[in-house]
Design a protein. Structure first.
Length: 202
């Protein structure tokens, strides 16, 4: 299900790949961000088709976009930007399949150890100024999950929520866990981009 979020980057989508590439070569971060949001979904679907794993797919995409930025000033594309990105993903997917202990797995472990966005989706939103994005996503949850998630954002504990809703703590926790699972799925590509950004824009 597509989430209706107001993302500032959407205006960049009108830029042609040629213009975005030209700006990227000059070190334009907004161009890099526009390229990421323009192609992350099709690249994700392509990699996931082979890897059958969200974790491995995000690992591959993280590797590809970090490399794209690291080589932005010397990048040479003989065909087009879309074809170049898909070729990069395909190459890394094949490497990953051939060697499950590849450097990309190591990179994923490093990112997890660094705790870039924390264990809590709410912590991610607060630290990265994404509360509107989080609230929009919460607003699309089923009613009980939405109430629990909203109260957690306001600082209520599970016990306090259970008392106010007149339900058991077990039920509150169940609604909370299901809500968090949905929120992570909805916000995964935005979390991934912020993870990448924090690694390359130090």
């Amino acid at each position: 299900m597509q989430m209706a979020l107001e993302i500032d980057k959407e205006s960049n989508f009108i830029d042609s790949d040629q213009e975005l590439l030209s700006r990227l070569k000059e070190g334009d971060r907004e161009a890099f961000e526009a390229i990421y949001y323009k192609y992350i979904d099709p690249l994700h679907s392509y990699a996931l088709k082979f890897l059958k794993s969200e974790v491995d797919t995000e690992d591959i995409l993280q590797f590809v976009f970090i490399k794209l930025w690291e080589k932005h000033d010397a990048i040479y594309i003989a065909t087009n930007l879309k074809g170049y990105l898909f070729a990069m993903v395909k190459h890394q997917v094949m490497n990953y399949i051939r060697n499950e202990n590849s450097a990309m797995q190591h990179n994923y472990v490093i990112v997890q150890q660094r705790g870039t966005f924390g264990d809590d989706i709410f912590e991610f939103a607060v630290k990265n100024d994404r509360m509107k994005m989080l609230n929009d996503a919460i607003g699309q949850l089923p009613q009980q999950q939405r109430i629990v998630a909203s109260m957690r954002v306001k600082g209520f504990s599970n016990k306090e929520i259970a008392q106010k809703m007149n339900i058991s703590i077990f039920t509150v926790n169940s609604h909370y866990q299901e809500g968090i699972k949905t929120l992570r799925e909805k916000l995964s590509k935005y979390i991934l981009f912020i993870t990448i950004s924090l690694m390359i824009f130090k």
